[in-house]
Design a binder for this molecule. Structure first.
Ligand SMILES: CC/C=C\C/C=C\C[C@@H](O)/C=C/C=C/C=C\[C@@H](O)CCCC(=O)O
Ligand SMILES: [Zn+2]
Length: 632
């Protein structure tokens, strides 16, 4: 995702007089070092009319101290809580003042401490509110067939607390049961266990997640959903009108991905089913690795199977992130770096090694854009970031993905593939079902090779401080550039034409004929700097010759619009505004809005206001900051 300087405006900091004394994770107000959430039972009615969830949660907590703590602090954000019970009796509780960006801690005071290891249930009755940041509610008019309303959640990074009180930290994992009443089909991040109790046009949908998961992997969705099989343990879910296109795109693709990862990691796929929910276009990310059901943007359904690498990525999270989890958002690279690495290993295994390098070259471009936007010395360009008092959403960029990938790929090359792969299997097996930080990763690697003199010498000489704390670019390896060479050769010809008026090169549709869509992406990205000097004729010729302007592949058409906006070619302004009303994936929306603002600020702001309710609350907030800064 691209960042604009406006998006980096610092938020009000937490009150310095309040100590957030939790080990490892500074982004929770819960005292999870005193109490540990072991199981979460979520019981909600999905009220489409009021746009709220109403019901409650029961948290099974274990005391981690021997009667020392009498206070339980849970994360909440914009919740309406009506009762808290322990052992069936009303407890003494209060909702403290809001502390940006972490919300209002729910403090429950006990009459007496609880012996270490003892477990008890805390029942909380609540409703979500209009300000909930985790849920998007859509009217039936906002859906594609306009027949039924729709709702879905996105809890990463710290939005679960706006659905239910919890220890909202990836350092805590609990099993989950879900009981969700709705007039429309429901999905959740567990295995389905049935539908029952028909009442007033609604059913109770139940799910169980017996693998402990962190709160950010809590996920629910409900709407007019249909499903089709896409593999022996996989189904795709989406609106009935979109189902066949989604099935065609994904059918038969999942099992080869799973087998490719299982060749290098352990344990085998731990979540029983791997299903995909294709969401409405306002879904703000490419994909979200919710267990059992990956949530994905419809923009990956491009009809050419060219964007299903997003699914390879989300599936890889089944091991990295969902099973072995970063203990705090400061070590997010452990989730995303490993996942990006595994995703590229899948591509190499299915399509050949050049695809590993091709994807890494595209990733390097995304990395450099993020680093340049933040500035090369910015703390958020480090592998381990300092998020004390910060909102993790503000630190999100391609950096943990790509710098994380380079950290791991560096060890792959340093140790050699055979040794490294032995460690990869060991790492995922050692830390399965746990939350770890970068230092756990380091000691695991050092210990694994302790008896291998050659490997251990290399690892001890390795500059770990630079890896973890140096801002800016990581060392750039030599990539196999066979797949990008043709793209750069064509862009060199365009450069000659644009800058030196060299008309001996006549663009022709055959220039890109044998390319895959991502080669067009590389080509367009390589023209980005040149775009500022391109004439209207050049831009229109580029779009019409290669069919970029009408491409159904959003990765391609959005890059083409970026060129047109950079060149200030008015012909692309309206089509850009139109696209911005059809897609809410921030990867596309934010750079397009930023460039549209530079080209035509009025149109950019009008386009945002017109589509305000279409965007997901996370995207809405980010674009608002990008367009209006602090002025709103
Ligand atoms: C150093 C950053 C620390 C923490 C950030 C953690 C979460 C941030 C948050 O904004 C949530 C991100 C969710 C991402 C989901 C999926 C991505 O893989 C999508 C990537 C962009 C895209 O393809 O659309
Ligand atoms: Zn990811």
């Amino acid at each position: 995702m691209h960042r604009s300087p406006a998006a980096m405006v610092t938020k009000p900091m937490v009150d310095p007089n309040i100590t957030i004394s939790t080990p490892r994770d500074p982004n929770t107000l819960s005292n999870y070092h005193n109490w540990l959430n072991k199981h979460t039972a979520a019981n909600f009615e999905i009220d489409f009319q009021k746009r709220i969830l109403k019901g409650g949660v029961t948290l099974t907590l274990e005391s981690l101290t021997d009667k020392e703590s009498k206070e339980i602090n849970l994360d909440t954000s914009y919740l309406s809580i009506s009762a808290v019970r322990i052992g069936g009796k009303e407890a003494n509780w209060t909702l403290k003042d809001r502390l940006e960006p972490y919300g209002s801690p729910l403090t429950i005071t006990l009459d007496s401490g609880i012996p270490k290891g003892e477990k008890f249930d805390v029942e909380i009755d609540l409703e979500t509110t209009e300000q909930c940041t985790a849920l998007q509610w859509m009217t039936k008019e906002q859906t594609s067939n306009k027949k039924h309303p729709y709702m879905f959640s996105q809890c990463q990074a710290i939005h679960a607390r706006s659905i239910f009180p919890c220890q909202d930290t990836p350092d805590v994992k609990s099993t989950f049961s879900f009981a969700l009443r709705s007039p429309l089909p429901v999905l959740a991040s567990g295995l389905p266990t049935g539908q029952k109790d028909y009442a007033n046009g609604t059913l109770l949908y139940t799910f169980e997640q017996s693998v402990p998961i962190p709160s950010y992997l809590f996920a629910i969705a409900s709407g007019d959903l249909a499903s089709a099989a896409i593999g022996p343990r996989s189904t795709v879910w989406t609106g009935p009108e979109e189902l066949l296109a989604c099935k065609d795109e994904l059918d038969g693709e999942i099992e080869p991905f799973i087998s490719a990862v299982e060749k290098i990691v352990r344990p085998s796929y731990p979540w029983t089913q791997y299903n995909v929910l294709i969401l409405p276009p306002s879904f703000p990310y490419g994909g979200m690795e919710n267990p059992v059901w990956t949530y994905a943007t419809p923009s990956i359904i491009s009809g050419d199977k060219q964007n299903i690498d997003v699914i390879a990525h989300e599936l890889s999270h089944s091991w990295s992130g969902n099973n072995v989890s970063a203990a705090s958002w400061e070590h997010f690279w452990l989730n995303e770096g490993w996942t990006t690495y595994l995703e590229r290993r899948i591509q190499a295994s299915l399509h050949g090694p050049a695809h590993f390098d091709f994807s890494a070259i595209i990733g390097w471009k995304a990395l450099s854009e993020s680093i340049e936007l933040y500035g090369r010395d910015h703390d958020y360009t480090k592998l381990i970031v300092d998020l004390k008092g910060k909102d993790p959403d503000d630190a999100f960029s391609s950096i943990p993905y790509e710098k994380g990938f380079h950290a791991l790929y560096a060890f792959d090359r340093l140790l050699g593939r055979e040794k490294w792969d032995r460690f990869v299997a060991h790492y995922f097996d050692t830390f399965k079902f746990q939350s770890i930080d970068s230092y756990d990763f380091k000691s695991c690697l050092l210990e694994f090779f302790a008896k291998d003199e050659e490997a251990s010498k290399k690892l001890n000489e390795f500059d770990w401080d630079r890896l973890f704390y140096a801002p800016g670019y990581p060392p750039k390896p030599d990539f196999d550039d066979s797949m990008v060479k043709v793209c750069y050769e064509l862009s060199a010809k365009w450069e000659q034409r644009v800058q030196n008026g060299d008309t001996s090169f006549t663009p022709c549709k055959h220039d890109t004929k044998s390319w895959i869509a991502n080669q067009s992406v590389v080509f367009l990205e390589s023209l980005y700097d040149l775009a500022a000097s391109m004439s209207r004729d050049d831009v229109l010729l580029l779009g019409s010759t290669y069919g970029f302007q009408d491409s159904k592949n959003i990765e391609v058409v959005s890059r083409y619009f970026q060129i047109g906006l950079r060149a200030k070619v008015e012909d692309v302004y309206e089509p850009t505004a139109e696209l911005l009303g059809k897609i809410g994936r921030m990867k596309f929306v934010r750079p397009l809005f930023r460039l549209l603002k530079e080209a035509d600020e009025k149109l950019a702001k009008e386009t945002f206001e017109r589509n305000r309710s279409f965007y997901h609350p996370i995207c809405r907030g980010m674009v608002e900051k990008d367009l209006f800064g602090e002025e709103k």
